[in-house]
Design a protein. Structure first.
Length: 486
């Protein structure tokens, strides 16, 4: 690259400081194209920020296989011990806008794009193993409660607690959000979870259900509400500083990857619905199996081009990895790619950060920003089937059939989720609550009380009744913390 300043069309720019005017004190000439181009570009520097997960931080890294799981999956990324695959990560908060403070209490996005030699595998997870809702019909409403009120343009505690108290399936995730893990100190101090149930399939055509876990090797570390307020008073960018700064100093964070594996037929037998995103699979039933580790070791050269433009979608799976009947996963398979087509444009997968490192050949044509042209390798092969040796389907990449039976209907996702029900919404939050020591419980109560302070009594009472059903100590603890604030 030369150090000659040029227009976007490559012509040398005679001045980058003085506009062309009619006389020294006269107006600017419309023909000053170099100036117009500069101003027009400034007007177009912002693209739509993500509607959720707008504020993010990321880096490149390397995944290394340490244990053999080829009995479960033929995915090339896991083909042999020692195999390395490049990846790019992006971590994020959910509700805050692009300029929001990093150290806010919120769920964190935890996304990994593995550039495998059979296509990109995107693991688009969170730092929590569960989510607030189990049916995607509720997702846009839930997100509206996390964003700004249409009249006040402020976040609304009333909206949040109204929704949560009317949605008991949220109790598990609410308990995690207001526990210590709801405000990690840095992106390096948290786990990642695929959260959904996915599937693995092997060369024999056998399918297994799977959960993905990525455990931090840096250890868990969190901010209390008071500590987070202090941090935010001094910097809004604490995560970017920690992640970028650490990698810049040669401190490369690592996570260990595990899977939980469930034989396909077990899904009929587990007391809880294994495709319910508000539930975990207890480790005692499905122990963690170690797979490998990844290290983040390279910062992006350009945040916008490589982190903002990074487009993760759960639809990006590779042979050997598949979906499951999880309703939330099925909706995300549609909506993430759709969001990127809106945010970045039809051909967002051609952007260098998203482009697979393996050959890409398909018949999608034309459209805005298609700079790769026809990706078939032959101008006559622009439809399929053809006689010009164009790309052809790969029957071997077909996943085994999914064994599903049942009548098509709108099944009530709340069936069996009452206390004592087959898919009880209360016993997993209870198991979590009972793991907390007294200090952790005290912080949970005060974090919840701070967030509930000032909401209407009827909404608070409805939520407290839900906490009571998890554990009487839970409801009482939050009540006492609320009274202390009164
Ligand atoms: P286990 O005792 O086998 O596992 C409990 C897990 O909870 C730990 O492995 C750890 O997961 C996680 N954990 C530990 N401390 C905290 C904390 N302060 N806040 C949040 N999570 C914590 O029990 P079960 O597998 O039967 O699960 C019991 C409960 O633990 C669940 O209801 C769920 O709330 C929570 N949990 C379970 C996970 C799972 O996949 N089974 C994953 C995460 C949480 P990790 O090692 O991933 O940090």
């Amino acid at each position: 690259m030369s150090n000659t300043l040029t227009t976007t069309a490559g012509a040398p720019v005679p001045s980058n400081n003085n506009s062309t005017t009619a006389g020294e004190r006269g107006p600017i000439m419309l023909q000053d194209y170099q100036l117009i181009e500069k101003l027009a570009h400034q007007n177009r520097e912002r693209i739509p920020e993500r509607a959720v997960h707008a504020k993010g931080w990321g880096a490149y890294g390397t995944f290394t296989v340490t244990h053999d799981i080829t009995r479960y999956t033929c995915a090339s990324v896991f083909a042999e011990i020692g195999k390395k695959t490049e990846l790019i990560s992006r971590f994020s908060t959910v509700a805050g806008e692009l300029g929001a403070a990093d150290a806010e209490r919120d769920v964190r996005g935890f996304s990994l794009k593995f550039y495998t030699d059979e296509g990109n595998w995107d693991m688009v997870g969170n730092n929590t193993p569960v989510f607030f809702v189990r049916d995607p019909y509720k997702f846009p409403d839930f997100i509206h409660t996390q964003k700004r009120h249409p009249r006040t343009h402020l976040r609304s505690g009333t909206a949040m607690w109204d929704f949560w108290s009317l949605s008991p399936e949220s109790l598990h995730q609410v308990t995690i959000l207001f526990s210590d893990r709801g405000c990690p100190r840095t992106p390096m101090n948290m786990n990642g979870y695929g959260s959904h149930t996915f599937s693995l399939w092997n060369t024999r055509g056998e399918r297994y259900w799977v959960k993905f876990h990525f455990k931090t090797q840096q250890g868990h570390s969190f901010y209390t509400n008071a500590e987070a307020a202090d941090v935010i008073a001094n910097t809004r960018e604490s995560y970017q500083e920690a992640l970028y700064g650490g990698i810049d100093r040669g401190e490369f964070p690592k996570w260990t990857m595990f899977v939980q594996v469930m034989p396909e037929a077990d899904a009929e037998k587990t007391p809880y619905n294994p495709f319910d995103l508000t539930k975990v699979w207890p480790h005692a039933d499905y122990p963690l199996i170690e797979v490998g580790e990844f290290e983040l070791n390279r910062n992006a050269d350009n945040y916008f081009a490589e982190i903002e433009n990074a487009a993760y979608s759960p639809s990006n799976v590779v042979p050997g990895i598949g979906f499951s009947p999880d309703r939330m996963l099925q909706a995300r398979v549609f909506s993430y790619a759709d969001a990127h087509r809106h945010r970045l444009g039809t051909h967002y997968e051609q952007l260098p950060v998203n482009a697979p490192r393996c050959p890409v050949s398909h018949y999608h044509r034309d459209g805005q920003m298609n700079h790769a042209g026809l990706q078939t390798g032959n101008a006559d092969a622009y439809y399929e089937p053809n006689s010009f040796n164009g790309p052809a389907e790969v029957p071997a990449a077909q996943e085994p059939p999914l064994k599903i039976s049942g009548d098509m209907a709108r099944y009530d996702h709340r069936l069996g989720t009452e206390p004592g029900g087959a898919n009880d919404d209360f016993n997993q939050p209870r198991a979590l609550f009972q793991m907390f020591d007294n200090n952790q419980k005290a912080r949970l109560f005060s974090n919840l009380a701070a967030a509930m302070d000032g909401i209407p009594d009827n909404i608070a009472e409805r939520q407290l009744a839900l906490f009571d059903q998890v554990h009487t100590d839970y409801g009482q603890g939050v009540r006492a913390a609320l009274e202390q604030l009164a």
